[in-house]
Design a protein around this ligand. Structure first.
Ligand code: NAI
Length: 461
């Protein structure tokens, strides 16, 4: 019952940490209380939402573009129960995949919920395990909002939204962040009347403002409506209906919306319940995250923390990178995460992807920069595929041409962003991207054209 390392939580942070540590020669166990491995991401987050986004995108394509391409009589009917079955299959394949990887790498899965009664000890049920080192990767949960009574049936978080008994006719989404817009898109494509209520005067705060404006326009074209500058006060449900009240921030006027279903998507918070961190004396930040140093050490010797439970963006891939880095550090190597190059992606259609600085953050820092922008309307492949909406924007240092950030709204933006991430990791200039031959016809050419636009100009603009 003794391990070099016990990881608490088998989400993308925890399972990656456990596998990497085992690969580096440590004897590793990972504690997970869910029935299946993979955490929020694989079970009730990234993966199931992507399955529903994929299915409903196919529906949207069939409804809107098939006839134009000469594909007649292909209007699919939606079988929601079957779609949920497809989603469940996708989850199963992924969670079983992690189980296989644990076996392959000799990581023991300790089933149950862990606490840390003392440094070097992990308790699960009645058993206490000895651990040379402990990594907490316990993830996050939806933040509650005062006045909003979540029942996961009529008033739901993302977890309930992935399991709705039927497709709502009217859906109110609270919060125009990533979850609200991804899940809002799913139900809008399935025919729901979707209204997004957002506190700020813009959607997707933190993202490039120009991208946000274009994104809102394109989502509105797809039938979603937006009420901005609106502070939600309450949401309550009868058995089948819901009522949402909000106040306009401009004039304090009160409003009521009715719906069949309400999705609360106003952010997530670290999940550390039951770990016994208080008694152990683990230091926390003001925002309720586990405080760590640059090596992911907490204030208690031998206890480390990563992922959504600590500071930084709540993203699966950020957690994975930290999991790998801390495993390397514990194995005596030099693990490191470059927080300046962590992409963020919204998996709607079109997709939105960003990395590094925004124009807003550069202006705030008083840095001189230039902008290279290219519209997908000028990209032959995008035109052929009904994917001309959106653009690539690259921000580069005005004097040195070094790439500082990039923002893409368009087809497969979440894949396109990565060549820019690699370029940034290598400290590349926009000219380096511009001089790299890009295959024709590909969406990637739009990235090259934006890089060209940082210099002497794009060709197809
Ligand atoms: P978020 O932080 O992205 O957005 C929350 C939105 O709710 C904000 O725009 C905020 O201004 C608004 N809001 C807050 N209080 C409000 C109120 N009283 N009335 C109206 N609006 C209000 O949070 P979200 O979408 O819940 O996502 C949680 C976390 O999960 C994020 O960190 C996100 O990055 C992550 N996530 C990432 C995904 C991805 O990478 N594709 C997918 C899903 C989640």
């Amino acid at each position: 019952m003794s391990y070099d390392l016990i990881v608490i939580g088998a989400g993308p942070g925890g399972y990656v940490c456990a596998i990497r540590a085992a690969q580096l020669g440590l004897k590793v166990a990972c504690v997970e209380g869910r029935e299946t491995l993979g955490g929020t991401c694989l079970n009730v987050g990234c993966i199931p939402s992507k399955a529903l986004l994929h299915a409903t995108h196919q529906l949207h394509e069939a409804e809107h573009h098939f006839e134009a391409m000469g594909l007649m009589g292909c209007k699919p009917k939606v079988d929601w129960a079957k779609m949920l079955g497809y989603k469940a299959d996708v989850i199963g394949q992924n969670t079983k995949g992690i189980e296989f990887l644990f076996k392959k790498n000799k990581v023991d899965w300790i089933k149950g919920w862990a606490s840390i009664p003392a440094p070097g000890k992990v308790q699960v049920g009645d058993t206490t395990y000895e651990a040379g080192k402990i990594v907490i990767a316990s993830g996050s949960e939806s933040s509650p909002l005062d006045g909003v009574e979540v029942d996961e049936k009529v008033i739901v978080t993302s977890t309930g939204a992935l399991e709705l008994g039927k497709i709502p006719k009217k859906l109110v989404v609270i919060g125009a962040g990533v979850i609200g817009l991804e899940m809002g898109s799913v139900f809008a494509r399935l025919g729901a009347e979707v209204t997004v209520v957002e506190y700020l005067d813009r959607i997707i705060p933190g993202n490039d403002g120009e991208v946000a404006k274009t994104f809102q326009r394109l989502l509105a074209k797809q039938g979603m409506s937006f009420i901005l500058g609106a502070a939600v006060q309450s949401a309550s449900a009868t058995k089948t209906k819901a009522k949402v009240t909000y106040k306009s921030r401009k004039d304090d006027s009160a409003h009521v919306l009715e719906a069949d279903c309400v999705l609360l998507a106003t952010g997530r918070r670290p999940f550390v319940d039951g770990l016994g961190l208080d008694a152990l004396g683990v230091g926390m930040t003001k925002r309720g995250q586990i405080a760590t140093d640059a090596q992911y050490k907490t204030s208690v010797d031998g206890v480390y923390a990563i992922g959504d439970a600590i500071e930084g963006p709540m993203l699966a891939h950020k957690a994975e990178d930290e999991g790998m880095a801390v495993a390397e550090i514990l194995a005596g190597q030099a693990g490191h995460v470059n927080y300046g190059v962590i992409p963020g992606v919204i998996y709607t259609w079109p997709e939105v992807a960003s990395v590094g600085e925004t124009e807003e953050s550069l202006k705030e820092a008083g840095r001189a920069y230039k902008v290279g922008k290219f519209s997908f309307m000028g990209n032959g492949r995008a035109k052929a595929n009904f994917a001309g909406d959106g653009f690539v924007k690259i921000l580069a240092d005005k004097a040195t041409d070094r790439i500082l950030g990039a923002h893409i709204i368009g087809p497969y933006a979440g894949d396109l962003i990565h060549e820019i991430c690699v370029a940034m990791e290598f400290g590349a200039a926009a000219e380096d991207l511009a001089r790299t031959c890009h295959a024709h016809p590909t969406y990637s050419e739009a990235v090259r054209e934006a890089a060209l636009a940082c210099g002497d100009g794009a060709i197809h603009a």
